[in-house]
Design a protein. Structure first.
Length: 181
């Protein structure tokens, strides 16, 4: 795993061979972060990374100046890897929650400025995830939400949809939570 830019830019970490996540490619991650930074200043923001996997997206946000980043990941191999990177960097900005994303969303009471979600493409509840995020208390009016998905999904009819970006086989739908939506 490579952190692309920011204070930890160009740092590399060896991902365990038995990891079950499908990490966002460096190419897609670099491009979506360029888009995010053109929409929203990351510095000083509170970020939520759902289905965090290797934590690459979380660390990219931390590296680029987020003041708080919560990474939610259920799998022990991925959680342990995120924890090991945190220890190696000696960084306390990232908060790791080892648990179920759906339970986290129902219990979350404080909103985040930016929410990023990269659910497994074959998740049985994949199609409902963007709406669950947008309706949760993790998102307030003005929050930016980015959902990574395959080309098999179209979320353009959901409230707050701004645009879809495609990088190779990776798609991102971008939302801005509006007032009363």
């Amino acid at each position: 795993m490579r952190i692309i830019r920011g204070k930890y830019g160009r740092r590399r970490f060896d991902v365990p061979k038995n990891i079950t996540a499908r990490p966002t490619t460096d190419f897609a991650r670099e491009n979506i972060f360029n888009v995010i930074e053109n929409i929203e200043d990351i510095e000083g923001k509170k970020v939520l990374d759902l289905f965090a996997g290797t934590g690459a997206v979380s660390w990219e946000f931390v590296s680029r100046g987020a003041t708080a980043c919560t990474a939610v990941e259920q799998a022990s191999t991925q959680s342990n890897f995120i924890r090991s990177v945190k220890e190696k960097l000696g960084d306390n900005i990232l908060r790791l929650v080892r648990g179920d994303v759906f339970k986290f969303l129902t219990s979350c009471t404080a909103p985040f400025d930016i929410v990023f979600a990269d659910p497994p493409y074959d998740h049985t509840r994949f199609a409902e995830i963007p709406n669950l995020i947008l309706e949760s208390k993790a998102v307030a009016p003005g929050s930016l939400v980015i959902v990574e998905h395959s080309r098999n999904h179209d979320f353009s009819a959901l409230p707050g949809f701004m645009e879809q970006r495609t990088y190779g086989s990776v798609n991102f739908s971008i939302f801005r939570k509006k007032e009363n939506s």
